[in-house]
Design a binder for this molecule. Sequence first.
Ligand code: IVH
Length: 672
Amino acid sequence: MNINQSIIDRAEQLKAKLQEASYAYYVLDNPIMDDTIYDQLYRELQDLETQYPSLITSDSPTQRVGDKLDRQFNSVAHNIPLYSLENAFNFEELNNWQNRWQRQIENNPNFNYICELKIDGSAIALTYENGIFIRGLTRGDGVMGEDITHNLRTIRSIPLKLNMDNPPPILEVRGEAFFPLEEFNRINQEREKNQEDLFANPRNATAGTLRQLDPKIASERKLQFFAYNAYILPENNCFDTQEKALNFLQQIGFLVNPNYQVFADLNQVKQYLDIWEIDRKNLPYMTDGVVVKINQFSLQNELGFTQKFPRWAIAVKYPAEEMTTTVEKIIVNVGRTGAVTPLAIMKPVTLGGTIVQRATLHNVDRVRELDIRVGDTVIIRKAGEIIPEVVEVIKDLRPANSQPYQMPSHCPECDSILVRPDNEAVTRCVNSSCPAILRGSLIHWASRDAMDIRGLGEKVIISLLDYKLVKSIADLYKLQDFEIKDLERMGEKSAQKLITAIEDSKKQPFNRVLFGLGIRYVGAVNAQILTDSFQNIDNLIQAKKEDLERVYGIGEEIANSVVEWFTIVDNIKLINELKILKINFQSDNNSNKTDQKLTNKTFVLTGTLPTLKRNDAKKLIESAGGKVNSSISAKIDYVVVGEDAGSKLEKAQKLNLKIISESDLLDLLNNN
Ligand code: IVH
């Protein structure tokens, strides 16, 4: 269709006006246009574009929500690798960092620090070609990222077109996508209403949203983006300080977190850290620390990078958050080994961005030590960021009529008497047909590091048990879709999917099967060692205690536990039944231990590795004859360091241990 110049001009004007209005609204938070006017102009542009499709450009405001991807994301190489940051947990560690980088510099340079809040979301890399947004990637392993352009386009604070004349051929922008807390709460409330699983925290919600195939979902959940890095390629020498780069980002249309500040020395930085440790709680988004960067790019370039981190920046992390709440109930949970764990059920509170209602009390001794009672006001803390624990009972706030808590003498699930073996902290239910044990065993069997059966989570397992559809692990493999399609939240499609996932799990290797059986002390690592040494289940069943103890890495406790497990008739029955169902009880012969490159070498793994799961790295090391320890000591040969490595890395550095990356480890395994 013919299109005259006045229509082209009109469309251009509309795009520019709508872009300006949306920038004022989403970035400046200072609307310049009434919503209804915006809608009218938007519709006019949309109509023109429908009539003359050649008017549609990728930077048009109508093009934020595109079509659903029909397959998984593409892996794309980053223009510049994305490094992560070293962590400091206190001022002393920050000082050490300063000493370290200053030692590396010849003469005392003029410099200052720029402090930025560390936003807790997902790191994102955006590429603009000639001023147009063409691609956005996740961090991935830092070298390759996943192409999530379709979702990033829906974020209103990411400009589709830069606000500048003569844009550079390539501009690379880095920043953090995140959920404002209000939006995060709104989404979770909606999910609760729809009986969907809640997002644990805004960071997970961000990652989960950015990984959706359908951009409509991201568009409905209003994500935001703070930009913090700009690289004008190829030279990247346009700014002399980070402060100027931030100003530039702001000018060309990005949302930059306004709370950055420049300081002359660490004493001033400390004041900033102290202030934000308190004030961050009033921000409408989550932060998990402050990033301290050297402001001058000349000095940044001189310092360069280690394997993983820039030497010119460090993240100062705030300590785990604590909150007070009150205890409503104290219950005990029975796990798959029969271990009984006391839990405090509390008035829900938000702790580090997560809603927390349960906290572990570990064991009877801890309960006694705390003297925790129903009605008590307690301080809870997130240990290791995930499982909250009760750290203190504020006795002064105890209600007058409170009673000391008595651990139950009988199992809350099967009513058999609980026992606490001598020398053990743990109390147990020893009734092997206790429903809690079966439930726990099924959950463990289906779990990620065992048979990894997607869709078979705790809730589904509880339904299966409630309706008496399964009475053992073997029964899972006899389920049919018509039996489960009417379970709560199931339906025909999910039922079919679940049956397929269960069937597919028969392909899992023997070591996962052995781990899945849940023999005490046989974790993923020991399962790997045992399956490597004994090759098949029959050899393992026949193995005597001495045979087991002869295997490197298997001690008396493990050997006893394995032998004992196979003496139980029901366990042998289960194995036989699983054999008939074609569960894999045979090691893959290729994994025979022909090369033992790491014999007598001891490793510690710390932080998140770029590609290997922690357990996989362990297995690789062990299959090459090496050992993996959990704590740092002078005896360790190598410390494999990943992202967010914390105190172990520090300790290793103090002991002058050999610190290597995942790729160094792979080199050791391949070439030695
Ligand atoms: S600078 C080369 N600045 O923190 C250094 N990172 O491990 C690049 N983050 O997930 C990072 N706010 O996305 C920098 N103002 C900020 C940040 C920030 C959040 C995140 C980053 C990454 C992690 C670093």
